[in-house]
Design a protein around this ligand. Structure first.
Ligand code: ADP
Length: 624
């Protein structure tokens, strides 16, 4: 064989020393992740070898298994990670483990010098995985033989302080790398099988090559998210869901997709069957983990998806994410923001497709998960329109219990209709019994019913859809046309009498009304109050009152609209002159009734009391 060459000692390149210093002292908070780094280097080396096999015929040791072997020696306090990947030549050992070639890393170090405070944001943008071994070891030995047929068997050793040494191995090595860590005293527990196994299970479960401890394969679950959809069965998907989400149910939906731009990613997302927040179990924890090429980066990455998507389970894998990104720097990483945007958009599109293709199934999903979508509308401006599309509700044109959406609403809208009308209330029956619906219904205009208790809040944020503004049918903003086809029973009160009645009511009701006027919206009700266009809703007032107990709120001023054809309005006009005392009583009751119908009445005592007095007067009159 060749003549023995004397061991070669070299100092680390200056940058490497700096990196070592950072890695050992500040880069990683969890020491255990060095296992992840070394296993993923081994996996990369195997991956590269697999590629070489496609083009190279002369590869040393073609029979060697493509797997990663971990072993420990508790007594000697060593941990060994071995692979039969492509290995390294002498040149490559110098280059890869003695210098930092990566231009980005040099730039990083320059930046670090310029601004110490930016450290956490910059860290993780360069590859220094191998050096993490020195967080736990005071000596690292790399036995390496390249795949090239005539390659040397080499040993690289270093204490991670000043430099390293490369020597020829005493015996011929097989292809690949064997890295032996001589653990520091305080890190000796990494030389136990149990510890190593649990670290691999946590971070490297989906590595594409077998990770072995002795005869045992540790990583049992395949990274199916990086496979093609057609190559994965339903059972495999469901099993993966149960495993990764620690779930017992089956997934309700799954979305599996790959993208190359604007960012390379594989995503496999699941919607669970159950929404445990409905069971009063508190907020769900976000459940989509971030991987880089099958290796776990973070199982609860903040900012990876918007808060309202916390019910999703699964994996997002992007080769563009640096493996050793730190938790702190992840949140404000532009890569993570990009992933967030791309995946959220795709998921909304996916749900929209599901809603159209399988409405029944979507309905079931909606019944359990609509709160998340509504939370999204309120909190996530970027996706508001996409989310609004997914909302479902009953309307004046649906049967009870049947749901519709904004897009369907617009297909039924009248020519030139530039508004979307809605009414908010607690249940369909009371919304339909109120005075507001009739005029719109008579004109063939559809009115959406918002019946969920948080809809009021939703509507504060959702002001339009597809450029059409959302308007409450109870609001003074609603302008109605004279429509000859609308049947209105009875003769209208004369203009003069009407004006006099309005003046009387304005004076009589004083502070409580802004305006009293005849209107077109009412068909069978005598009067209705109109909420000012952007006034406070009943719920908002209640909330305000609860926040300021004991302090009366300023009186709410409303517009009162009268129906000039209604018998009660005629009678009130007559009583104004014939029996002013009774007319005053009736005026106050008219307003209270209208407020009650609108859900705006705050003082019920007066309403009841006055009701009795009016009854008494009516009964006395009828028996006189
Ligand atoms: P990164 O993996 O991010 O490039 P590392 O510091 O972890 O940075 O590794 C530096 C280089 O050393 C790798 O790019 C690779 O070329 C080489 N290397 C590390 N581990 C192995 C291995 N097990 N087999 C072959 N080459 C390796």
């Amino acid at each position: 064989m060749s003549t023995t060459i004397a061991p070669e000692k070299r100092e680390f390149q200056a940058e490497v020393s700096q990196v070592l210093d950072i890695v050992i002292h500040s880069l990683y908070t969890d020491k255990e992740i060095f296992v992840r780094e070394l296993v993923s280097n081994a996996s990369d080396a195997l991956e590269k070898l697999r590629h070489l096999q496609l083009t190279e015929s002369a590869i040393h040791g073609p029979e060697l298994p493509l797997e990663i072997q971990l072993s420990v020696d508790e007594e000697a306090k060593t941990l060994t990670i071995a692979d039969h990947g492509l290995g390294m030549t002498r040149e490559e050992l110098h280059e890869n483990l003695g210098t930092i070639a990566h231009s980005g890393s040099k730039a990083f170090l320059r930046n670090l010098e310029e601004s110490a405070r930016k450290e956490s944001a910059l860290i993780g943008q360069f590859g220094v995985g191998f050096y993490s071994a020195f967080m736990v070891a005071d000596e690292v030995t790399v036995y390496s033989r390249s795949w090239r047929p005539e390659a040397e068997s080499l040993v690289w050793t270093s204490d991670g302080k000043t430099g390293y040494e490369i020597a020829e191995a005493e015996e011929e090595l097989s292809r690949g790398c064997r890295i032996v860590l001589k653990l520091r005293e305080d890190c000796a527990d990494f030389a136990t099988t149990d510890r190593v196994r649990s670290i691999v299970e946590n971070y490297s479960n989906f590595v594409s090559f077998p990770v072995m401890i002795g005869e045992d394969r540790v990583n049992k679950v395949e990274a199916i998210w990086r496979k093609k959809k057609n190559d994965v069965t339903d059972e495999e998907y469901n099993e993966f869901y149960k495993f990764s989400a620690k779930a017992y149910d089956a997934p309700r939906y799954r979305m599996h997709f790959n993208a190359d731009s604007p960012i390379e990613l594989n995503a496999l997302l699941f919607v669970p069957t159950e929404n445990t927040e409905l069971w009063g179990m508190g907020q769900m924890e976000p459940g989509v983990s971030l991987y880089c090429k099958n290796v776990l980066i973070d199982d609860k990455p903040e900012g990876l998806l918007p808060e309202w998507l916390r019910f999703l389970r699964g994996v997002i894998d992007s080769a563009d994410i640096p493996l050793n990104i730190s938790r702190e720097s992840m949140q404000d990483s532009s890569l993570v923001r990009k992933l967030n945007r791309v995946v959220t958009k795709r998921f909304l599109k996916f749900l929209d497709g599901e809603a159209k293709d399988n409405a029944d199934k979507y309905r079931e999903f909606y019944a359990k998960f609509s709160r998340f979508l509504k939370e999204g509308v309120v909190t996530d401006f970027d996706h508001r329109e996409g989310l609004a599309k997914l909302l479902r509700f009953e309307s004046s044109m649906t049967d009870p219990g049947t749901l519709t959406g904004f897009e369907d609403y617009l297909t039924r809208a009248k020519d030139g209709q530039d508004k979307i009308y809605y009414l908010a209330g607690t249940d369909r029956a009371s919304v339909e019994a109120g005075p507001y619906l009739e005029a719109l219904k008579a004109r063939g205009l559809e009115v959406i019913y918002f019946l969920d208790s948080i809809d009021e809040y939703l509507l504060q944020h959702l002001r339009e859809f597809d450029g059409k503004s959302l308007v409450s049918a109870a609001s003074s903003e609603v302008e109605l046309s004279d429509d000859a086809s609308v049947e209105t029973p009875g003769e209208p009160l004369g203009d003069e009498a009407m004006t006099a009645l309005c003046e009387f009511l304005t004076t009589e009701l004083g502070e409580r009304v802004e305006k009293v006027a005849p209107g077109k919206r009412l068909v069978s009700s005598p009067a209705a109050v109109l909420a000012p266009a952007h006034g406070m809703s009943a719920q908002m007032r209640q909330m305000l009152q609860a926040m300021n107990p004991g302090e009366p709120l300023p009186p709410q001023k409303v517009e009162l609209e009268l129906n000039p054809r209604h018998g009660l309005v005629h009678a009130l006009a007559a009583a104004r002159e014939g029996n002013p005392e009774l007319a005053k009583l009736a005026a106050a009751q008219l307003l209270d009734n209208a407020l009650l119908a609108a859900g705006l009445l705050e003082d019920r005592v007066s309403l009841i009391d006055r009701g009795f007095r009016l009854m008494e007067a009516a009964l006395k009159k009828s028996t006189e």
